[in-house]
Ligand binder design. Structure first.
Ligand SMILES: [Mn+2]
Length: 362
């Protein structure tokens, strides 16, 4: 079959699964392309920044309807494309097709879910196995994840990352020299970029870094953020990674903002989502949207409404789950899968199998 990317994009937009061989070819092309991108990618405004989408395919289609289609709009996606939602496979397929077709108009940053260990717990691995019979397609996608960039700088002024800052990273140059072509490590600067969170406590400012209750990354406050911006000559940090009921959140006297792009998260939280549209003069506008109307999604299972509190509880339980035996099991099989990867695809994944679970997340 001739390689017709536009036809593949149309298929992907209709939520059709592409053949396994096509996925392999798509992933190889994506890796080839991403290999030439630096850890820190520079793009010029105007640009639209998208936060977590987590496999909510129909909401991704809605994002393109609201924000403009490729290549008319220049997009930076901040990671967490997979897990949780029902259509991680279709979502990452579409985004990779668009990346390969319009490499200069689509930038894909790595999130903490673009990771073998995490995708085995939160849905993507199982979804790949169900939709493609066997884990090969999952290994193709997760190999591409190792190539995704870590940060974007918009017009030399706005730093975009998935999670947050790191006590090991003071300058942009230190992000540039990270060896990123590997699984996300358990700790260190690369892990912090995808796992950390800002925190604002009224009247009681957090100073420096404290370990994150997520079990990876850090929590950081206004002082750390101001310091990083000053040292590097930036005006703002834009990141994703945290659910915002209003679709976005602005912190630290407008030095940092969170953009969240999965409306009605997990089909039941009832939250809004947003796109951050950055204009030619670097003006920032959060384009807020709700979940895509039901008549425009074909077969999402109908989830019942649950309270935000209940979801938080569920998420906290999942934090514990990471430390549980189940996770240990998936982590072990993950190591085996990496070995399989090397064998089956000829791609060497730089992963230290000697790490134990507790070293990985705690
Ligand atoms: Mn995240």
């Amino acid at each position: 079959m001739a390689w017709d990317l536009d036809a593949l994009i149309e298929k992907a937009q209709r939520r059709e699964l592409l053949p396994e061989n096509t996925i392999r070819e798509l992933c190889n092309k994506a890796k080839e392309l991403l290999l030439s991108e630096d850890n820190v990618r520079h793009v010029q405004a105007p640009v639209t920044v998208v936060g977590d989408v987590h496999g909510q395919f129909y909401d991704v289609l809605e994002i393109f309807r609201i924000g403009g289609q490729c290549p008319d709009t220049n997009y930076v996606f901040l990671g967490d494309y997979v897990d949780r939602g029902y259509y991680s496979v279709e979502t990452i397929t579409l985004l990779l097709c668009l990346k390969v077709r319009y490499p200069d108009r689509v930038t894909l940053v790595r999130g903490n879910h673009e990771c073998r260990a995490v995708t085995q717990v939160y849905g993507f691995y199982n979804e790949c196995c169900e939709k493609y019979k066997g884990g090969l397609v999952w290994s193709y996608f997760t190999d591409v994840f190792d190539y995704l960039v870590l940060a974007v700088v918009i017009s030399d002024t706005i730093l975009c990352i998935h999670g947050g800052l790191s006590p090991s990273l003071h300058t942009l140059d230190q992000i540039r020299v990270i060896d990123r072509f590997r699984e996300i490590p358990h700790d260190g600067p690369m892990a912090d970029l995808v796992w950390s969170d800002p925190q604002q406590v009224d009247g009681d400012e957090i100073s420096g870094f404290t370990l994150s209750p997520r079990g990876a990354g850090y929590i950081f406050g206004e002082d750390v953020t101001r310091h990083f911006l000053e040292i590097n000559g930036f005006g703002h940090i834009c990141r994703a990674h945290q659910l915002c009921m209003e679709g976005y959140q602005i912190l630290f006297d407008d030095m940092l903002s969170t953009v969240w792009s999965a409306p009605n998260y997990c089909y039941r939280v009832g939250n809004m989502a947003s796109l951050l549209e950055i204009g030619p003069g670097l003006e920032r506008y959060f384009n807020v949207f709700a979940a895509c109307p039901d008549d425009q999604r074909t077969s999402d299972p109908q989830g019942g409404e649950v309270s935000f509190k209940a979801l938080v509880q569920e998420l906290l339980m999942e934090e514990d789950e990471r430390k549980s035996k189940d996770f240990q099991k998936s982590y072990d099989s993950y190591s085996q899968n990496v070995a399989l990867d090397v064998q089956d695809t000829g791609i060497v994944t730089n992963f230290r199998t000697s790490k134990t679970l507790s070293q990985y997340f705690i």
